[in-house]
Write a protein that binds this ligand. Structure first.
Ligand SMILES: Nc1nc2c(ncn2[C@@H]2O[C@H](COP(=O)(O)OP(=O)(O)OP(=O)(O)O)[C@@H](O)[C@H]2O)c(=O)[nH]1
Ligand SMILES: [Mg+2]
Length: 634
């Protein structure tokens, strides 16, 4: 692998920091307190050029049990471990705890440095080596090279470098395709530059100018400049340690545990569904026990909800949901560690199955089955399970993020599911969205029910305003997504979608018997009053039509061609309007022109009606105005 991160591990005082200095020339104990006490407290960082030309970063961690939390923030992003065991002391408590953590995080590659060999004789050394090998045999580091070194005399350092180089060659590369994900381990401010955050780039490629969000808060920012081990770079790749100068962000807005990510790529959650393993050395874990979750560089208090049992026995695994006190961002497949609160000890860890989990009922076979599919199913099964368990419109990219799958595999699975009719594809411009068929059908059923009710309540209305439908059933969709969802339902013969409204496919506005009576009464009233029709409000009062229903009755009567609007608030019965038009046309054919006064006399009405009537005929291109008269339009 081109770039990789090597983490030290081992008991306090066993010589990690001194070994890093011997290998890289960098003293990673920078703090005054570290110097005074002669122990490491915080994480230290140093670049290491390997003989093959590979470039590595070393993260030097503290060994003291009080600083395990710092060790955990550093170890989350490492590709291989440099386990340091002092030859004079051998395997000690934090050697074990650190290796437990390496085990839980499933970091399968490493080299063991047996330090301080200058302090012991051959006989003792052989005994310690035997002990070390026995110890390693039970761990993920079984078979790792064990190299005898002294940071004082320099003995074995060349062999150690060669061994590190060899193992580094076996480390699989991190994904540079896809989104940027950078769990932050340090934040500081540089005068004149502003806020700088550092961490290991877990995935993607980061370039100056790239937009980023600080998760889980979701604060938008931008990468201004980038450094890798103190050198300005135009690009940082997965597997490198990066310092990012962030634009427009205060130091207080970001901290260890935050994640810098490509906008939209990660969703925050208070619940993680996980496969949890309890260490053999831990006590049994009860349902809802409190623990401290370490994931990436974050540390969050949580409750462990055991989904498939009441109690988890040491050495066993269970399906669990971690209920977090604060939200975090994770990806399916992420490894984590949990520690007990008091005494503070590493008790277990595992792997994220669903990083944005809904709350579950415990001990439910369906819940367990769905989680097992998410954990172990084929890509297609996993994709379908996700589509079903969290109804939404997914792009292949989003889906891939949520279930921790390569984008292409997700795309392929989605297309295949759509081909089999198990998923529905909805195209919005050039973007394809997918949802499970059941989810689509469930949504369609809801829309249908809502529209049936609406049509029953408002039989004269054309349909439900689209925006109202969106805010009632689909507030989580943007207007384009929503519109295309409606088009899909229209295509399926469920709906009729017009510019403003949505109606059920077979629906046509039609009055109830009571409404029909009122409509007939209105129609008669307008017919009787002929060329002097009542104002609309007056007409409503006369027939006893409530104000709340008046507007849709009016619209319906206009649409049906019973009433015709000739001016503001002024309506003629269509038949009367026809008579008026015929009379005016006849008059004009005989006399050539007509004034408002003549029209008034002709129709035996008043100016109040005659003027708007002539204006209406102008608009209808029956007449043309010439001065204060009208003539026939040719
Ligand atoms: N004789 C001898 N002493 C060593 C060697 N390596 C480290 N030491 C000494 O051991 C002590 C601890 O070394 P560090 O490198 O600080 O140990 P560490 O593992 O980083 O300790 P923490 O970070 O606090 O866990 C120091 O006094 C070193 O001088 C070695 O190879 N030979
Ligand atoms: Mg140290």
């Amino acid at each position: 692998m081109e770039h990789l991160v090597i983490g030290t591990a081992g008991h306090v005082d066993h010589g990690k920091t001194m070994l890093v200095k011997a290998l890289t020339g960098v003293d990673t104990d920078r703090l005054k307190e570290e110097k005074e006490r002669g122990i490491s407290i915080e994480l230290g960082f140093a670049p290491l050029k390997l003989p093959s030309g590979r470039s590595a970063s070393i993260v030097d961690v503290p060994g003291h049990e009080r600083f395990i939390k710092n060790m955990l923030a550093g170890v989350g992003g490492i590709d291989m471990v440099l386990l340091v065991i002092a030859a004079d002391e051998g395997v000690m408590p934090q050697t074990r705890e650190h290796v437990d953590i390496i085990n839980l995080l499933q970091i399968p590659r490493g080299v063991v440095a047996l330090t301080k060999v200058d302090l012991v004789d051959r006989e003792w050394l052989e005994l310690v080596k035997e002990e070390v090998n026995e110890f390693l045999n039970e761990t993920i580091l079984r078979g790792a090279p064990v190299i005898e070194v002294s940071s004082i005399t320099g003995q074995g350092l060349g062999d150690l470098l060669a061994a590190i180089d060899r193992v580094a060659g076996e480390v699989p590369p991190r994904p540079t395709s896809g989104s940027v994900r950078l769990p932050v381990d340090r934040v500081f401010s540089i005068t004149g530059f502003g806020t700088v955050a550092t961490g290991t780039l877990w995935s993607g490629i980061l370039r100056p100018g790239d937009p980023l969000v600080i998760m889980p808060q979701g604060t938008s920012t931008r990468a201004r400049t980038l450094q890798v081990h103190g050198r300005k770079v135009s690009e940082a790749r997965a597997g490198q340690r990066v310092a990012v100068n962030l634009s427009g962000v205060e130091v207080s807005e970001i901290s260890r545990g935050s994640v810098l990510a490509t906008p939209g790529s990660l969703a925050p959650s208070y619940r993680l569904d996980v496969r949890l393993y309890l260490l053999k050395t831990a006590g049994a874990l009860k349902n809802r026990a409190q623990a401290r979750l370490h994931l990436g560089t974050a540390e969050i208090i949580c409750r462990v909800v055991l989904l498939d049992r009441e109690e988890l026995a040491p050495g066993e695994t269970a399906l669990a949901q971690l209920e977090l006190r604060e939200p975090t961002v994770a990806v399916r497949g992420d490894r984590f560690v949990i520690r007990s609160l008091s005494p503070m000890r590493t008790i277990g860890g595992g792997q994220v199955i669903d990083p944005v989990a809904p709350k579950h009922r415990r001990l439910r076979p369906q819940v367990i089955a769905a989680l097992l599919t998410k954990e172990r199913g084929s890509p297609e099964e996993q994709v379908l399970c996700q589509l079903q368990s969290r109804p939404a419109l997914y792009t292949p990219v989003e889906l891939a993020q949520v279930i921790g799958m390569a984008g292409e595999a997700a795309q392929h699975s989605l297309e295949s599911l759509a081909g089999k009719g198990l998923a529905r594809r909805i195209a919005v411009d050039n973007q394809a969205y997918f949802l499970a068929r059941e989810v689509y059908e469930g949504w369609a059923a809801k829309v249908k029910r809502l529209l049936e009710d609406y049509h029953r309540e408002f039989p004269l209305r054309e349909g439900l305003p689209k925006e109202e439908l969106r805010s009632r059933l689909f507030p989580h969709l943007n207007s384009k997504q929503f519109h295309h969802l409606l088009l899909a339902m229209e295509e399926d013969g469920l709906l009729r979608v017009s510019a403003q409204e949505v109606a059920l496919a077979g629906f046509a506005p039609s009055p109830t018997p009571a409404q029909q009576e009122q409509i007939d009464a209105l129609s008669n009233l307008y017919r009787e009053r002929k060329f002097q029709p009542p104002a609309w409000e007056e007409a409503c009062q006369t027939v006893g039509l409530a104000e709340s229903a008046a507007q849709e009755v009016l619209q319906y009567m206009q649409k049906k061609g019973i009433l015709v609007k000739i001016g503001e608030g002024l309506y003629f019965h269509a038949a009367c309007l026809d008579l008026a038009r015929q009379a005016v046309v006849k008059y004009l054919q005989e006399r050539g022109e007509i004034t408002v006064g003549e029209a008034r006399d002709l129709l035996q009405t008043s100016r109040k009606y005659a003027l708007p009537l002539l204006e209406y005929l102008d608009r209808e291109r029956v007449t043309r105005r010439v001065g204060d008269k009208r003539v026939l339009r040719a």
